[in-house]
Design a protein around this ligand. Sequence first.
Ligand code: ADP
Ligand code: MG
Length: 698
Amino acid sequence: MRPALLNPLFQDITVLKGIGPKTAPLVSKVAGPRIVDLLWTLPQNIVDRTYRPRIADAEDGRLATISVHVDSHHEPPRGKSLVPWKVLCSDDTGYLTLIFFRPRADFLHRSLPTGQTRLVSGTVEYYGSERQMAHPDYIISPDEFSTLPLIEPVYPLTAGLAGKTIRRAVEQAVDRTPDVPEWLAEDVLQKERWPDWKAALIAAHQPSSKLDLSADSTARRRLAYDEILAHQLALALIRARRASRPGRILKGDGQLTAAVREALPFRLTAGQEEALHDITTDMAAPSRMVRLVQGDVGSGKTVVALLALLTAVEAGAQAALMAPTEILARQHFDEIAPLCDRLNIACVLITGRDKGQERQAKRDGVRKGYVQVVVGTHALFSDDVAFADLGLVVVDEQHRFGVAQRLELQDKGQQADVLVMTATPIPRTLALTTYGDMDISQIREKPPGRKPVATKAIPAQRLDAVIEAVGRTIAKGEQVYWVCPLVSPSETMDMVSAEDRAATLKARFGDAVGLVHGQMKGPQKDAVVSSFYRGDIQVLVATTVIEVGVNTPNATVIVIEHAERFGLAQLHQLRGRVGRGDKPASCILLYHAGESGLGPTAKARLNALRETEDGFVIAEEDLALRGPGDSLGTAQSGFPQFRMADIGSQGSLLQMASDDARRTVMTDPELKTERGEALRILLYLFSRDDAVKLLRAG
Ligand code: ADP
Ligand code: MG
């Protein structure tokens, strides 16, 4: 139950004065439906009324607050509503005309009585020698001066919403803010010199200069930290809760893994060894493993996965490897099955496409425990697949799975250890926000001897030359990927589609060209990819379906058409499809520039890609260019959206919060200390009720 002191913040915005049935949806659109959402909506700008010139000194076009003597009213002639009402004012330096269209007469006479002094605040404009101020924002008497907001916050707006409406609403929200016990540790507060939460909130909503709008201001940093901390603490609690569930001890005797290492034509890199060490240590521990291995394309995650699978088998358990697509599952199976055969281990492939007796036989084998290694798609976790004794699940290419699926998977596996592999290098900061509930190992280096993929950006006008280059490549017996953003021609988007391009290339290279895209049926897709893999076709025109994991070492050239349309991380991922063998490889970024040339972001992306092949560097760059919500292609990325924190620029806060959260969960797992109690309030404040529920009652 949410603590009562927060209740005023969780009411509907409609309880606020000035928010009625008409304005509520608008405010809701900008901020959110609850009062607390208004607190999180920080001003984007300020209106500064501190400029107080005399009339003669007032600059044209500048917002000014001026003390004037009201000389006379000049009403428009009756029936001439287009003529403004003018009020002549002065000080001892000159004259100022106040202009009002369609005013309420009684209002004007009351607020601007002839013969009196008034303060008017608004924008001064020159018309020839006349100085005017149309519809002043404020008209007040000198003794009311203290009520004039000299600096006014400006909030985000939407059509039909007046600045004043949202400002008043936020003011009321801030007024309702209760005093809360401090949830930050004393040393953090002192080191950062942060105000308490309520003071920070008030300061953030009452900026006194543009500096206060900066994400670096102490008030905003504190608020951002609170938001991040709530998130990190919730993740840490989920993680701790999972680790406290009984797992099992999976300790291998090293027989199978030694045999595989023996058979490998290479030695593991230090990074691979380290990741494997993390994994086997986790597996041997009595609690459940939930570990993420992040490794760039080609960093050699598959063999690490295989050794983990075999460790589970050595320990007498079953192990499963799950891939996001049929193609990938098959490819893994093709790689792993021969090794298993040699070691006398039964290994099957399970996909949604298994039919009839074979389907039954495979499932029986898994259920009865004859089968030790299972490779498959998400079908692995459908209801008709039951494991005799599943010890380890490895999930490959994780970013294709959403966070929800990850949870579901962990539930299915009951006590099984979970190892997630992602080929998308994620900046450290983002990894913490997205995978804060997991332990992370990174494989940063590539196997030795990799030649860089020569990367060139070429304008579409030189298409013919690129096609010639493709011809030379296939004449050498090597293969080519050609990626297009769309499947078929589109009426709304002026882009070359995969179908179009396949047709052009077929006209030139005939049957050497194949086409694969996401709208094809699974078996059809697999057939094309397999024939490319076997070398029956030399040019594979594709959409981004090939982005993930597909491995054809003989492919040495990838052409990415409309490269300007792809995100940086995606381009990097696509480029990783080549350069997997021992021959030199190249990546051609074929771009279609509009009349005004490439936009700055597209240019920056293509440059970044040419300059480095380190996926982690590229990921940081991508984050900088696109902002966090965007960096993996939003929909499936599962990145939390922060209201106040900017993960791009406030990454250091994230690290701090992550450390803080983990330390807290270790020393005060039930949040029972005084600080713990305060942290519960923080969790509720940011609607992490789910995390609070994990705590034992009381
Ligand atoms: P990814 O991390 O993208 O899944 P893979 O596991 O597919 O990478 O590995 C890419 C290629 O590198 C494979 O052909 C694999 O056999 C090879 N490889 C993996 N580890 C090493 C290593 N330590 N030394 C040399 N080659 C390796
Ligand atoms: Mg892989």
